[in-house]
Write a protein that binds this ligand. Sequence first.
Ligand code: FAQ
Length: 309
Amino acid sequence: MDGQEQFEALIAADARVEPRDWMPEGYRKTLVRQISQHAHSEIIGMQPEGNWISRAPSLKRKAILMAKVQDEAGHGLYLYSAAETLGTPRDRMTEDLIAGKARYSSIFNYPALSWADMGAIGWLVDGAAICNQVPLCRASYGPYGRAMVRICKEESFHQRQGFEILLELARGTDAQKEMAQDAINRWYAPSLMMFGPPDDDSPNSRQSMAWNIKRFSNDELRSRFVGMIVEQVQVLGLTLPDPAIRFNAETGRWEHGPLDWEEFREVLAGRGPCNSQRLARRREAHEEGAWVREAAAAYARRQNATEVA
Ligand code: FAQ
């Protein structure tokens, strides 16, 4: 069997493709595109919550939030490592990000305005991430699927801590309840857009599903997520800002009201509420971290020289 045949046999058997296996260039490119975008999302995603660490309402909340943001850094690193196994160096991915040439999730271009947003991000944003990522644990590319297993475990904890923040606010004073509702109102639609454009406008889905990278379409996953949160919001005693949500028994899917896809395109084009701020902060952090990278490289060179001697 030649490389192409072997690859096709692996996909047909729903088995894993590993870094040393032959793979079509398109498969490699698709994976680097998706994994690097995912890694960048985790790294940029540290910012909305990172901004609230110093303003957390108690020492306990501060410690939890700090741990969550650190987890996100770790997720970014696993994912950059998975992408590196496909031959794209991390330096190049970072350069593309800070040059504004790489994508990261639309959701992180929205501002976190109140403490309740920490709850809404955990519940809705991590919730959407889990819905999207659990099927990715079975992605055909081994290093990506394995990274996703660990990431999903941590995301589940993140989601629960977000839900718990909202629950506490929802059971608090009227002003706290209002703050929680306002955060849900603002994060609901952007979190639905995390699943990507509607299926008939998703150029990559068909091929990614044929290669067993994506297991479900963008709309299928979005509908599952709506079904999940529509029940959970009742426990909070709050509401979702979408009166059109309903279960369609004929299709077996949850339906939601229209989303503003023009807004989504604007955010992807770099014109969302916080795009320039997020990139400027990432650039700054990269420049400020130059001495750490130089020191680490110098240390590694010295270690190698000692080993050789
Ligand atoms: N934002 O043809 P499709 C997290 C782009 S979770 C920005 O449907 P595909 C955890 C897409 O790249 C968030 N761009 O594409 C966390 C493509 O552009 P391209 C990260 C988007 O790949 C929580 C074009 O639109 N999770 O970080 C978005 O088949 C809290 C056409 O779209 C992942 O990345 C979007 N929302 O499906 C961290 C999961 N949607 O590349 C901190 C892995 C689409 O052709 C705090 N990724 N685009 O120029 C995926 O599952 C897929 O890549 C999709 C998109 C579903 C996002």
